[in-house]
Design a binder for this molecule. Structure first.
Ligand code: KIV
Length: 301
């Protein structure tokens, strides 16, 4: 990436330029300040504060439970952790049903949380809301294929667009999202040939997740990439195994605390013994015996 806005942040125009230059666009989800800093320093140009937040960070059983306030809270943290990445806030379930409501809530992502764009699920169905938000000056990323907020209506998680009618519907959805003014579109769980055909028919970049290598870019849920979750979806590739790393670190720490080897000299500080003796009002410093430190148990009282 070379071209960025004067603020140093990547803009939707930069993303369009990357796409026009034939560069594939890497995108990751982020939900918190320290991870956002690392991903930003690593040069990831677009970070999505996805409503997958609900499932992977907040322990909800579905993204449908995530509220505007929860999304804004996490977008703020990711914005604070980044200097270059374009931050996209995911509009949660029922936050963009009516165009006016969509503008109001999309505006909150930019004004209150500092995001540079929002993402909206749905194709033809939500194209009016997308158009209204774009007209208000807010960059929008679309999202079609498997759309987690529609889980209750769509049934179990599965690849979308495998039949002739479903494939045509997806193509119409993609064209509607582009016509509504979106700057990019996520294709989730779409057969790779269909995703490549949609990509070839659009001017805007497609960002795939479980949609093959023929998309203009890829997005992954960061906990899948890092091997943090208990389950890795088939379309994800863990590039690290942090679940085991964290568990190992926690076990080693607990063992050291139990054995009395943490903290050691390196992690402790000392003071002048004579000052301590003065502070305690003693001529000579008596080390407390383990017995004097023992917390009395019920049976001792
Ligand atoms: O919420 C999310 O993380 C998403 C991505 C999977 C695209 O929508």
């Amino acid at each position: 990436m070379s071209a960025t806005s004067s603020s140093g942040r990547i803009t939707v125009q930069d993303i369009a330029r990357m796409h026009a230059d034939g560069q594939r666009i890497p995108m990751l989800t982020a939900y918190d300040y320290p991870t956002a800093r690392i991903l930003d320093d690593a040069g990831i140009p677009m970070l999505l504060v996805g409503d997958s937040l609900g499932e992977v960070m907040l322990g909800y059983e579905s993204t449908v439970r995530v509220s505007m306030d929860e999304m804004l809270h996490h977008v703020k943290a990711v914005v604070r952790g980044t200097q270059r990445a374009l931050v996209v806030g995911d509009m949660p379930f029922l936050s963009y049903e009516q165009p006016d409501q969509a503008v109001e809530n999309a505006g909150r992502f930019l004004r209150e949380a500092g995001a540079q764009a929002v993402k909206v699920e749905g194709g033809v169905r939500t194209s009016r809301a997308i158009e209204t938000v774009v007209r208000a000056g807010i960059p929008v990323m679309g999202h079609i294929g498997w759309t987690p907020q529609a889980k209750l209506g769509m049934g179990r998680v599965r690849v979308q667009g495998r039949t002739r009618d479903a494939a045509q519907r997806l193509l119409s959805d993609a064209i509607a999202v582009q016509a509504a003014g979106a700057f990019a579109i996520v294709l989730e769980l779409v057969p790779e040939q269909l995703a490549a055909a949609i990509t070839a028919r659009l001017r805007i970049p497609t960002i795939g997740i479980g949609a093959g290598a023929g998309c203009s870019g890829q997005v992954q849920v960061v906990t899948d990439l890092l091997g943090l979750g208990s389950f890795v979806p088939r379309h994800a590739r863990p590039y690290a195994h942090l679940r085991e790393t964290i568990a190992e670190a926690a076990r080693a720490y607990a063992a050291d605390v139990t054995a009395g080897t943490f903290p050691g000299e390196a992690e402790s500080s000392r003071m002048d013994e004579s000052v301590l003796a003065e502070a305690l009002g003693q001529g000579e410093l008596d080390r407390p015996s383990p017995d004097t430190l023992r917390i009395p148990l019920d049976r001792d009282l």
